[in-house]
Design a protein around this ligand. Sequence first.
Ligand code: SF4
Ligand code: SF4
Length: 326
Amino acid sequence: MPLKHWSFAGLMLTSWCNARCASCYLCCGPDRQESMTVEGALGIWRSLQEACPHGCRVHISGGEPFGDWPRLIDLARRAQAAGLGPLEKVETNAFWADDPGVVHDRVAALDGAGMGKLVISTDPYHQAFVPIARVRLLAQVAGEVLGPGRVQVRWRDWLAEGVDTAGMDQPSWQALVARYVARGRDRLCGRAAGGLTGGMQLKGLGEFADQPCRAVLLRSRHVHIDPSGYVMPATCAGLVLGQVGPESVAQIWQRLNADHAARPVLGTLARCGPVGLLAPAQAVGFAPQPGYAGKCHLCWDVRRWLALGGLYGDELGPLALYQAAG
Ligand code: SF4
Ligand code: SF4
């Protein structure tokens, strides 16, 4: 099956984050320190544009890219000056948005540097770390500066009803999480695999037979690139397609297009889904849990066990992501 060209890419500027959301599929947090330099990010951005025949729409994410504001605005301005194509959006959890003047100036500066949209993350997991008043302030000021159509709040239904969840008593927290995970918005990889699945209905392994991941892995136009240059499918944290630096994005894409079926992890997942990884993992000692909340939960559990065991290092990484899942 031919691979789609990557025309949407998220540059993960840093794995550092002020928060440690239970839902974070990238396992970001205050103890993660990997980050891109502005030069490094520009090099990856350029490589993405060269690889994609119709151009690549780049967004900046993390971790929390506003953790280093001078770097963020410098990158946006230099990408614009270099004609690297549109900065589609910047994502933030609004932790920094406590002063209306600073909020206005930063949003206006990003607007001037060509940012298309500001995306603000808000849900019960984020509000365990970020006061919702900051989210409301940022959403309001960004709406005034950019216009409401250029401010995306994930999720607006939570913003309307939301509360700070830091310090919430355990029964109330569990009830809120149970109600929230039922909406099915969370990717059950990374920290979410352990942090959200406790109250979910679990299914036996037989439920996951014949669920190949071909479309997500080979037909998606969307990738994320982490601070070390690892290219990952947008929804499958920890699955490495290649590394920018040793190779260009075009070389990674061409090599993947030629050999994806033969790759032990990726090829197996594309053909069979995560149940295909069970036999090789069990052969070296993996013991599956009695049940899983979804196929990505199973996939993460098997891949993490293999990665921490030092297996398939070319395809499973970065190791710090698997280690940070706790
Ligand atoms: S989900 Fe977002 S805000 Fe939460 S820890 Fe991960 S990167 Fe940080
Ligand atoms: S099961 Fe694994 S490969 Fe398939 S979509 Fe989920 S994380 Fe990605």
